[in-house]
Ligand binder design. Structure first.
Ligand SMILES: *Cc1c(COP(=O)(O)O)cnc(C)c1O
Length: 389
């Protein structure tokens, strides 16, 4: 198959940035105030409203990784504690646990939902387990009923990794509000982007107050308002914090991205449905349909390329699609495939066989709301041509 060099390359995860974002960012740049200020406060209010929360239950930060890290500290996790998470997630989930001083314990996934297997989850609880970090993979909700039951039975904190899941709901309740903390990502490829950015939603307002202090050097709360027109105030450092605050320049994008949350979700759902239908007859694995009484965020559309069925390895499929001008993603290799964790914890990928197999077969097609109908048709045609030969 030859590359169609006359057609532009379709970038995986292209952000949908429109004039409203550009105008707002320009206004921030001209305002003389680009750091943490009124736009961040507005973005927090708008986010809270979308999630049916009070603004005092959310805190904007500069990444989901930061959100996970400060949530774990606010949950009181530290040295000697075990935190259970899924073997199929981005490395940031595990790194945040490690940076909080705790030890990640992996649980394999359910082969259908690709989310943490709740039966194995309960079997992995030890007397050192303190928390569970479920990840709503690809935007599909975890079984939060089962997870919260387990957490309550064993007195464990729950920190939801909602990096894929801003629109996700489980039985009418919005993801990120089941546990003690919900952590969201506004990275470039995510459903809502601020370039880099994150948000913590917490059940406890005291936890949010502490997170705001932790996210800005550990300076007392007033420091957030230190440079306002109310005049200079001295700050006090009350703990050794981090530099995790979001800027107004970032929030300027987020405010307008949030306004198109529903519209962009609808568009991704259409694209997801088109892929499901148009690829149904190919010898490749497709995602399960969303479960009843749930809202899937349609963050990723993942195909499985099994050599014995498709006649090629996943990486060969990626090479040939790239040659056809289509950028793909891999979400993810299983955590235990990475050398650092193998050396540090003695993990072997075979110990989480379902995540391992998925990690070797999975590939994500573009799902940006920016894709045009001709783009989607071209992606479908290319997948069919690469697989059918
Ligand atoms: C993207 C992602 C993160 C990290 O988000 P950042 O905002 O880039 O720090 C964490 N967990 C999962 C599952 C992700 O996909």
């Amino acid at each position: 198959m030859s590359a169609s060099s006359d057609e532009p390359f379709i970038i995986f995860g292209a952000p949908d940035i429109r004039e409203a974002e550009i105008a707002e960012a320009e206004a921030v740049l001209r305002s003389g105030w680009i750091g943490t200020g009124p736009k961040v406060a507005k973005f927090e209010r708008d986010f809270a409203t979308r999630k049916g929360l009070d603004a005092s239950n959310v805190a904007a930060v500069n990444s989901c990784t930061a959100a996970l890290h400060v949530s774990m500290i606010a949950a009181g996790l530290g040295s000697g504690d075990e935190v259970i998470t899924t073997a199929m997630t981005f490395c940031a989930t595990a790194n945040a646990i490690i940076h909080a001083g705790a030890t990640p314990v992996l649980v394999d996934i359910d082969p259908g939902t690709l989310n943490i297997d709740t039966v194995q989850l309960e079997a992995s609880i030890s007397d050192r387990t303190r928390a569970i970090v479920p990840v709503h993979f690809a935007g599909r909700p975890c079984d939060m009923g089962a997870i919260m039951k387990i957490a309550n039975r064993h007195g464990l904190a729950v920190i939801e990794d909602c990096a894929h899941a801003i629109e996700t709901k489980w039985h009418g309740q919005t993801a990120g509000t089941f546990g003690d903390f919900g952590c969201f990502s506004f990275y470039v490829t995510k459903n809502v982007t601020t370039g880099e950015g994150g948000m913590v939603a917490a059940r406890s307002r005291d936890a949010i107050d502490r997170i705001k202090v932790l996210a800005l050097h550990g300076m007392s709360k007033d420091a957030w308002h230190r440079f306002g027109d109310a005049g200079y105030k001295h700050y006090q450092v009350v703990e050794a914090g981090f530099k995790y605050n979001m800027m107004d320049l970032q929030a300027a994008l987020g405010i307008h991205q949030l306004q198109r949350l529903e519209e962009n979700w609808q568009r991704r759902r259409q694209i997801w449905d088109s892929y499901q239908e148009a690829l149904a007859d190919l010898p490749v694995g497709r995602p399960a349909e969303p479960e009843p009484d749930t809202v899937h965020a349609f963050h990723l559309y993942t195909l499985r390329i099994d050599r014995s069925k498709a006649g090629m390895e996943r990486d060969e499929f990626i090479e040939r699609m790239t040659a056809a001008g289509i950028g793909l993603g891999v979400h993810y290799l299983s955590l235990a495939q990475h050398p650092h964790y193998q050396q540090r914890f003695g993990w072997r990928p075979e110990n989480w066989p379902i995540a391992y197999e998925f990690g070797r077969q999975t590939v994500s097609l573009p799902l940006s709301p920016k894709l045009s109908e001709p783009d989607v048709n071209r992606i479908i045609r290319s997948v069919r041509r690469v697989i059918r030969g």
